[in-house]
Design a protein around this ligand. Structure first.
Ligand code: SF4
Ligand code: SF4
Length: 307
């Protein structure tokens, strides 16, 4: 019921009126999440794409297009000391609890958290905070639709904020599309939270392993916390049918439908080596299963909208 939906979810939904958003996530990397999203990118009409895995944006390796917007992203702040004003009194160094100011009263960049405490104690206003580049965002026009993505700089923090920027960028390029397919971040950290906030449904892509089952439990906790319907796709299900059965039982007991089981197919590995999706590589069985996943997902998501 809308009255019980948390504020953060409502805000996310307000930002994308008219678009149904589906985020594909996994408890860890390498489960086939991006492979599934790239295949759906081939099959689904009338959609936009967002790669929210800003630490390892692999979808952009498979999907190319013409750049429409590209910008540096300034997602952090760092202290800057003006040596021509500084009295070397050392008050800032004593105040900084992150040890980010050296004996010579110089900022140690990778230690500075940008908290601004030093600026408050400086008697001569020799310190200020400056914005620091932490990544780069990009929107491209591709044969598969408008595609928003970004890359976090090496060693930079704040992937959650950059993910939010990727999703905001989508909004500026809407053109009567119906869907946004989001390749979400892996894990359950802030980048994943930013990937799923306000979406209509989350699809957890899992592999049939003990750790995959544990990861699924963590994703379910997250989806439940944010009150977002969760669906599950088991990739390479035939490599361990016993754990697949355990996963199916877990999903049934927790009310998260298994919307598809993709078989292991060596042609998928060959396709990825050639930067192609399984659909482009002509894997018939896998293609049919992915089509069926999308049919099921659309029915489920559209019925959610009516409830
Ligand atoms: S901004 Fe905060 S972390 Fe950075 S130097 Fe100043 S007190 Fe230290
Ligand atoms: S508090 Fe200001 S004046 Fe004192 S050492 Fe730091 S920057 Fe220099």
């Amino acid at each position: 019921m809308e009255g019980q939906v948390p504020e953060i979810i409502r805000k996310g939904r307000e930002g994308c009126t008219g678009l149904k958003q589906i985020a594909f996530v996994s408890g860890k990397g390498g489960t086939g999440k991006t492979t599934l999203v790239s295949s759906l990118a081939n099959l689904v009409q009338n959609k936009m794409l967002a790669d929210c895995d800003v630490d390892a944006p692999n979808l952009r390796i498979i999907i190319n297009g013409k750049v429409r917007k590209q910008e540096d992203y300034f997602g952090a702040k760092e202290a800057f000391i003006d040596p021509t004003v500084c009295l070397k009194c050392g008050l800032c160094k004593e105040t900084c609890r992150f040890g980010a100011i050296s004996e010579d009263i110089e900022i140690i960049p990778f230690k500075c958290e940008g908290c601004g405490a030093c600026t408050l104690v400086c008697p001569v206003e020799a310190i200020c905070l400056k914005e620091v580049k932490t990544g780069r965002t990009c929107v491209t026009e591709t044969p598969m639709g408008t595609f928003s993505h970004a890359m976090l700089d090496v060693g930079a923090e704040g992937s959650g904020k950059l993910v939010t920027e990727v999703r905001k960028n989508i909004d500026g390029f809407k053109n009567n599309e119906e869907w946004v397919l989001i390749d979400g971040a892996s894990g359950i950290g802030c980048a994943v939270i930013a990937s799923i906030t306000g979406v209509d449904a989350v699809v957890a892509v899992s592999e049939p392993t003990r750790s995959g089952l544990h990861d699924l439990e963590r994703v379910l906790d997250l989806a439940e916390h944010f009150q977002i319907p969760l669906f599950v796709c088991i990739n390479k299900y035939d490599l361990n049918r016993e754990i697949t059965a355990l996963m199916e039982r877990f999903c049934k007991n927790n009310g998260c439908p298994v919307i598809g089981k993709i078989p292991f197919d060596p042609s998928i590995i060959r396709a990825l080596q050639e930067f192609k999706t399984p659909v482009e590589a002509g894997s018939k069985e896998v293609t049919e299963e992915i089509k069926s996943i999308w049919r099921r997902l659309t029915v489920e998501v559209m019925s959610l909208g009516k409830s």
